[in-house]
Design a protein around this ligand. Structure first.
Ligand code: UDP
Ligand code: MG
Length: 326
């Protein structure tokens, strides 16, 4: 929905003016113990190359492996902060928490599995300094399975095609946009798209995309389907509208068909009533099928309305390790 227009706070009122942090990097971490050492190393180098104060916020999304231990050790550096979730709440909840714990004037999000090369951050920041509120990235040669790429194409289409590659989490947001995202209370959401509701100027740059360094993807088929539904119900009314138009069209055609059959029956006699029975059956079953699909889509919205009205917290933080005192 494009109707969520809330005025942005003036950028002078941002916490960055208090802490002086210029760039914050936010990375959600879920069972990434094998990648963290390399990630941290490359990330700190990339951030240091900017020559401005920086910080890193890692969000441990209830990892079951040694990730949290590694992260808490990294948090002895005052520029590193670790938000520890009480359990797994999902990638986007983790990014939400990371954004909330960040204080930089520019916030860059990236995946912890090294698919988004940290070396691209200076490029994102340079683009931001041209005056953009959000800078996204397009994966130059995407290293993901075919069905993932197909799913992304559908997402991009559903989302209205403002940006070419929503699935790429390597993105930079300006502080007012981050603050505004933090004010959004909805539970099932997708941050790149949410940010678009509050950004005035957006741009895309091309970045490298690597194969997942170690470990395996946390997105199985069903999680992806769920994400698609999140996006569809969260950011578009199109399916509901399509259903209404389709329903209207079917009802009108059925009415015409009934009139036609009635007329033929009166004019040509009773055989017109018996023929076409099986065609009708076919049509009927097709309709029943469509009806179920339509009900399902409707159910998606209703289910999400139910989830939203419960107003459960999006995530539960157990502890925050390290970083400057709040
Ligand atoms: N992730 C997370 N919580 C989850 C699933 C994933 O924090 O429930 C993190 C994960 O550690 C990684 C990023 O989100 O840093 C992207 O996950 P993944 O690489 O599995 O997704 P893919 O690259 O396959 O889209
Ligand atoms: Mg990945």
């Amino acid at each position: 929905m494009k109707t969520l227009t809330t005025s942005l706070p003036p950028s002078g009122a941002s916490p960055a003016s208090e802490t002086g942090v210029f760039v914050s990097a936010v990375a959600p971490v879920y069972n990434e113990e094998a990648n963290l050492a390399e990630l941290h190393d490359r990330l700190t180098k990339a951030l240091a190359s900017l020559g401005r104060p920086w910080e890193i916020v890692y969000v441990d999304d209830g990892s079951a492996d040694g990730s949290l231990g590694i992260l808490t050790r990294l948090a002895t550096d005052p520029r590193v902060r670790v938000v520890e979730f009480a359990r797994n709440f999902g990638q986007h909840a983790a990014v939400f928490a990371g954004l909330a714990a960040s204080s930089g004037e520019i916030v860059v999000t990236l995946d912890a599995d090294l698919q988004n090369p940290p070396e691209e951050i200076p490029k994102l920041v340079a683009k931001m300094q041209e005056g953009y509120d959000v800078v996204g990235s397009r994966r130059r040669r995407r290293k993901d399975p075919v069905f993932r790429r197909a799913a992304s194409r559908i997402i991009n289409r559903l989302a209205g095609g403002h940006m070419s590659d929503y699935g790429c989490m390597l993105r930079a947001y300006r502080r007012p946009v981050v603050d505004q995202i933090g004010r959004c209370q909805e539970i099932s959401s997708f941050i790149p798209l949410l940010a678009m509701q509050y950004a005035r100027r957006c741009a895309d740059i091309e970045v490298e995309h690597a194969e997942r360094a170690r470990g395996k993807t946390k997105y199985g088929f069903f999680k992806l389907v769920n994400l698609q539904f999140d996006l569809m119900t969260g950011f578009s009314m199109l399916p509901l509208r399509v259903m209404t138009y389709f329903g209207g069209f079917v009802a009108a055609s059925a009415f015409l068909l009934a009139v036609f059959i009635l007329v033929m029956r009166v004019v040509y006699g009773s055989e017109w009533a018996a023929f076409g029975v099986f065609t009708l059956f076919a049509a009927l079953f097709m309709m029943v099928g469509f009806l179920f699909v339509a009900l399902g889509v409707l159910g998606e919205y209703v289910g999400r309305i139910y989830a939203e009205v419960r107003r459960r917290p999006r995530y539960v933080v157990r502890q925050i390790h390290g970083g400057p005192p709040a």
